[in-house]
Ligand binder design. Structure first.
Ligand code: CAP
Ligand code: MG
Length: 406
């Protein structure tokens, strides 16, 4: 049902919600629009028709369980407020309303006015490719595994071996911070030495150091990590918040790319009827300045997800929007060489494919695991079936024997 209101899309932020309710859908939609803008559960002596006309959210359409609501630009704070205030409008109290049993924010389209308040990535796809000297092929990386337990020297050795095997990227895992077994300063210095050694041998690589921490410390930590030699930072957007990504991206002292991990996103994204889908999260990360973002494995890896949804995330990283740079989409989670062909077929070449277990679980060790990943990327880039390419690439062959192919 289209409710027939003609609006100028430049004046509104438009959200799509999937709603489960016992009420007539129009009543539920109106309750949501009211709660998130000018209303509450009862009528008020303090509101006026002028307030409602100017600031009230409007239900634009109802199509089965999907409703579209438009929030006037003026409902959003000009500068102070940022993404926290945006989220409190489009994704706040509504999830807990008694009138709906489940509710999911599926998508959001920001107006030009709101987009113009955000700067987007400083590096993005092109910037990362320039820094790595890799203009065309997908980036190929690893997550140092085990997640925890390796010393700084062992971590640096892992990174060196991965680079010697040809990987362009590596990163800390999300639970690694500044534990006693691997202090962040020692780790950053040791990894920087490994990267310098690789560069002196003719291979450029970057490693993202995890700076996820409390809001009042994150920029300071990132500055320190940078001064210890980090070439990339990693931040967990759900646990630290969008504001943390933005603080890092917009601080003039931060001069390296930001890899955005999304640990805990499953609590929001997994239930198809409730929560927040990855698409709005992707759009907000791009506005806030993330340079690379985990988008799922297009239905082939270990984490739940589906090709259609992951592809929508990928497009939200790469489509022209807001005059922003693009974000490097990262496919990660249960990746191994034999699935890369399928993944790249879906994603196209502007993607970073990375594997933890799929590198260090290789029977020949990290270097050979890295070689197998690179061979799989080369096969995909040239559109050669992985089993064909494996015939004269031993490391890839060994990976396929261990994990198979898709
Ligand atoms: C991958 C990973 C990432 C996942 C998270 C892990 O390791 O480091 O955290 O990619 O999923 O610990 O699982 P493996 P997502 O390659 O060993 O699986 O990117 O979907 O958020
Ligand atoms: Mg991880």
């Amino acid at each position: 049902m289209h409710l027939g209101e003609d609006i100028d899309v430049d004046d509104f932020v438009i959200c799509d919600y999937r709603v489960t309710t016992d009420l007539p859908m129009a009543d539920a939609a109106n309750a949501i629009a009211a709660e998130q803008s000018t209303g509450t559960w009862t009528d008020l002596s303090t509101t006026t028709s002028k307030i409602v006309d100017r600031y009230g959210a409007r239900v634009l359409s109802i199509d089965g369980d999907l409703i579209r609501i438009a929030f006037p630009n003026e409902d959003f704070s000009i500068d102070i407020g940022g993404v926290p205030q945006i989220l409190s409008v489009i994704a706040g109290n509504l999830f807990g309303l008694e009138s709906v049993s489940k509710l999911r924010l599926e998508d959001v389209t920001f107006s030009k006015e709101i987009l113009s308040m955000y700067k987007g990535p400083k590096f993005g796809v092109d910037g990362l490719r320039d820094l790595l000297g890799r203009p065309e092929k997908p980036l190929v990386g690893t997550i140092v595994k085990p997640k925890i337990g390796l010393s700084p020297k062992e971590t640096a050795n892992y990174v060196y071996e991965a680079g010697a095997g040809g990987l362009t990227n590596s990163k800390d895992d999300e639970t690694l911070s500044n534990q006693k077994f691997c202090p962040i300063e020692d780790r950053t210095v040791a990894v920087a030495e490994a990267l310098d050694r690789l560069e002196s041998e003719g291979h450029r690589m970057m490693h993202a150091i995890n700076v996820s921490t409390n809001g009042d410390k994150i920029v300071e930590l990132a500055e320190k990590v940078q001064s210890w030699g980090a070439k990339e930072l990693m931040v967990d957007v759900i646990t630290c918040g969008f504001a943390a990504v933005q603080a890092l991206a917009e601080d003039p002292s931060i001069k390296v790319p930001i890899h955005v991990h999304r640990t805990m996103h499953g609590a929001l994204t997994r239930d198809p009827l409730h929560g927040i889908s990855m698409l709005p999260i992707t759009k907000l990360v791009r506005m806030c300045g993330g340079d690379a973002l985990h988008i799922g494995t297009l239905g082939v890896g270990k984490m739940s997800g589906n090709p259609k949804g992951d592809l929508a995330n990928l497009n939200a990283c790469l489509d022209p929007v807001g005059g922003y740079r693009t974000v490097m989409p990262v496919c990660s989670g249960g990746v191994y060489p034999g699935m890369i062909g399928r993944m790249v077929q879906i994603s196209g070449k502007n993607v970073q494919v990375q594997a933890g277990g799929g590198v260090s679980g290789h029977p020949g060790g990290v270097r050979k695991g890295a070689m197998a990943m690179c061979q799989a990327i080369d096969a995909a880039f040239q559109d050669i079936p992985v089993t064909e390419y494996a015939k004269d690439h031993t490391e890839l062959h060994e990976a396929i024997v261990k994990w198979g192919y898709k």
